[in-house]
Design a protein around this ligand. Structure first.
Ligand SMILES: Nc1ncnc2c1ncn2[C@@H]1O[C@H](COP(=O)(O)OP(=O)(O)O)[C@@H](O)[C@H]1O
Ligand SMILES: [Mg+2]
Length: 405
């Protein structure tokens, strides 16, 4: 299934463009689900669905996808009520963690760390999305504003690691021996955490897989462009494929005051420069708010032209280990980042840790690299934009030379 996350700062037009893109995808024949993980629910409003039933509440509370009336194809919409999930799923997990703290085998510090992870509602929103995706060809996600989205997208990985660290090897032994040696609450707790870890890794695969991408929405303003640029860097570093940028509400032309028009024109050039290696598209400032299926489809046609609504065809960064002579290297996409801002280290478990400001990515290295050490890192320009190329050298202590007599 193809997945498109529509992200950007608050108010730039994420919901509008997510809805428009989903309608275009449905028109082109994909069975499409459009979902909002933004707590500021407006997706059904933008789709013109409120008022049809006379009851806003009815749509807002929808726990399962509902068809979009008048859509030119197969299009469902889902607004996620994270509060409801919070009350059920998270209570179970919190209880489970409490059980862990009281039980045997898990480092209390790790359990505490899991319990304290912020933005759990974001994760639950993602889990909800995961639960609803079978049966669709395409998933379009109207994300929460940038900062939260970045957190949300990094969380499954972070939480999953914490959870897996919370499982001591005793766990498997306990399984073999039966739960006799453990308090029933501990067994329940471990089961709940294991379930959560499984769901999280499924969600992570969904949003970072080879069929997933993020499209950034911005407006033609200097500050918003700068924030969009930072978001792009962070998203790429976290392993997401950014497939393009849409500059929305562009007021260029005779209908607009000359000064405004000139400023926006200048910002369009700035956007092309900043995102030179990405497809950049424009959406005109429309005199009336684009609400309802037909105006949204018209907007999508202007933005997308004849492109595939779900793929603007940016070059995908390679995530594979590559060979250079007798050395291996791995590229981590970091468009726009300075080497000085990056911190790269390898853990004892053989994970590569890449830090960029407050953002961290932990990359589980393939076995062959786990026996190596990082021998250097430098910025490089590839077809897919700027990367930090991390070189690995054999760590002799970890290798059997094969020359023993
Ligand atoms: N191209 C556009 N022309 C005119 N108004 C727009 C355009 N795109 C979005 N809007 C309006 O701007 C407001 C914010 O858009 P919205 O999609 O809700 O932003 P976000 O989801 O990023 O917060 C809405 O009132 C929307 O109708
Ligand atoms: Mg919105």
């Amino acid at each position: 299934m193809r997945v498109l996350l529509v992200a950007g700062k608050g108010g730039v037009g994420k919901t509008t463009l997510a809805a428009a893109t989903a309608i275009a995808a449905a028109r082109d024949g994909a069975r499409t689900l459009v979902v909002s993980t933004d707590p500021a629910h407006s997706l059904t409003d933008v789709l013109g669905m409120t008022g049809r039933t006379g009851s806003t509440g009815e749509w807002r509370a929808a726990a399962t996808p509902v068809p979009v009336p008048g859509a030119p194809g197969d299009l469902d919409v889902l607004q996620i009520d994270t509060r409801a999930r919070l009350d059920t799923a998270w209570t179970t997990v919190r209880g489970a963690i409490g059980g862990l703290l009281g039980g045997a085998g898990v480092d209390p510090l790790v359990a505490e760390e899991i319990a304290a992870v912020p933005g759990v509602d974001d994760v639950l929103a993602l889990l909800e999305v995961g639960a609803h995706t079978p049966g669709y060809d395409a998933l379009v996600v109207d994300c929460a504003p940038t900062a939260e989205t970045l957190r949300l997208l990094a969380l499954p990985e972070a939480l999953e690691r914490l959870v897996s660290r919370g499982f001591p090897i005793d766990r498997r032994i306990a399984r073999l021996l039966g739960p006799a040696g453990m308090a029933p609450s501990t067994v329940d707790a471990l089961d709940a955490l294991e379930q959560l870890a499984r769901e999280l890794s499924a969600v992570r695969d969904l949003v970072t897989g080879p069929e997933a991408s993020v499209r950034l929405v911005t407006t033609p303003e200097r500050v918003v462009l700068a924030e969009t640029h930072r978001a792009r860097t962070t998203l790429a570093m976290l392993g997401h494929h950014v497939d393009g940028v849409v500059v929305n509400r562009v007021a260029v032309g005779d209908d607009w005051p000359a000064a405004l028009s000139a400023r926006h024109r200048e910002m369009l050039v700035a956007a092309r420069d900043r995102f030179a290696d990405l497809p950049v598209r424009f959406a005109p400032y429309s005199g009336v708010e684009p609400l309802g299926v037909d105006p949204l489809l018209a907007l999508a046609d202007v933005v997308l032209g004849t492109s595939d609504p779900l793929d603007l065809r940016a070059v995908r960064a390679s995530t594979d280990v590559q060979v250079d002579g007798d050395r291996w290297f791995l590229d981590v996409s970091v468009p726009g980042a300075e080497l000085a801002d990056l911190d790269i280290a390898m853990t004892e478990d053989g994970d590569l840790v890449v830090d960029l400001g407050p953002h961290r990515r932990v990359i589980a290295l393939p076995a062959v690299l786990r026996r190596c050490e990082v021998s250097g890192a430098r910025l490089d320009l590839t077809d897919a934009g700027q990367v930090v190329r991390v070189h690995f050298a054999r760590d002799l202590a970890h290798w059997s030379t094969g020359r023993t007599s």
